[in-house]
Each structure stands twice: as C-alpha cells, then as structure tokens.
Design a protein. Sequence first.
Length: 249
Amino acid sequence: MVLKVKLTDLPPVSPEKSLDEFLSSSRLDLVRSLKSEGILNSKIIEDALLHVPREEFLWPGTPKSVAYLDEPVLLDETGQTISAPHMIVMMLEEFQLSPGLKVLEIGAGSGYNAALITHMVSKGISKAAEPLVVTIERNSVLAKFARNNIERLHLAGYCQVVEGDGSLGYPQESDQELYDRIMVTAGAPRIPAFLKKQLKTGEILEVPVGGDGYQQLTIVKRTTRKEFDQRRSVDCVFVPLIGADANPA
C-alpha cells in the first residue's frame, strides 16, 4: 500500500505547542487509539511504540507531522513504505516477542519495524555478543538509510542491517536453524524455502502470502525438523517481496 500525503491532509500543529510536544502527544494518542480498538494488547509492544520515534524513520523532506497517522508512509521514490502502525502492531502481536530472542526481518525499509523489534528483544540486556536482530534489504539506498537510522538511535549493537536477497534468508541459502522468529514485511507468492529451513524448531515465521494486490498474513510454526503448522491471520496489502524465491524483479 502506498500513501502520497498532500499538504492539505496534514494534521495541524498548534502554535502553542512545539513540534516535539506535538509529536509526543500524537504518539500517545496513536497508542491509545490502537488499544481502544483492541489491536494493541501487549505491554512490551506498547513500550516499544512509546520509546521508538517513528518520525526518525521518515524519508528526508517528509513532514514529521505525518509520523503518527495510522497510515503507511512512502519512502521517496523507492516504491517502499513504512507500514501503517496498526499493521505493524498486528504482526508484532502474532510474533510473541520477548528479551533475548534471535530475529530475522525480511524487508528493512527505513528500519522502523526493526527498531521496534530490537527495543523488545534487547530489553534488560546490557550487551549482546552478536546482534539479536538481523534485517535484510535488497535496495541498497534503503539499506544504507535504515543502517544510518539504527545507528543514530544507538541500536546498532543489537541490530544488524544487511543488503541482499531476503527470500534466501541470511546467511543466503543457509539450511541451519538460526532464528527464533522470522518476519517478512513484503507480499510473497509463497513461503520461501530457506526461511523455513532457518527457523528453529518450536518457533514462529510470519509471511504475507498472496498476489501483488492482496495477501493474507500467514503464521508458520515449526513443530519438528520436517513438520510445520500453518494458519492464516488477517488480510493485508504489502509491496511485493522481490527475490530468487519470491516475485521477479
């Protein structure tokens, strides 16, 4: 889904408030709205939403006043977006995160979702021997942008941004069980085989599966080395996942 924001659509910033005050109150209003709608239920996700500033992940030149609209926001001419907050929260609720989990995200975008995940899995961990979160992005411009955003918020010790084909996992084409959680933030025609191979037994993989204009969020749990349980969650619309085991470029 792509949002093109018009200046006339922007929420007004009160002259009595500074931009920082406006953003802080808008962030809190969004969290309250998601809770009242029954979308946001987990305290760990609420804490991440309140502490990770979405405005820091907007493309340069995008008005910061759009940061807490419950809409996807376009990342310049890359064709990618920061997903709408309600969709991010729906996926995170299904993800069942807790401190110390090892997570792979496919589709870094601007790095916002990876930052939320990193905030949750690094909570209470003063230093990690290796990154707890790996987020992979095929677009070199976005990979650099996400990496800079993660570094600026001092999350780089817990989160690694890499450039590559996310449909092949990370490391590419590895068949080792490496991750407690794997999240794909783009629409895939099927569940990529190497992502299933890299998921640890007993753990969770999320993939929006379907065509270019419509997908269903699919939750996969690895029950044994060779067996998986699978169920469909909510309908969704994501940009296509591009890669060797996904949509063609």
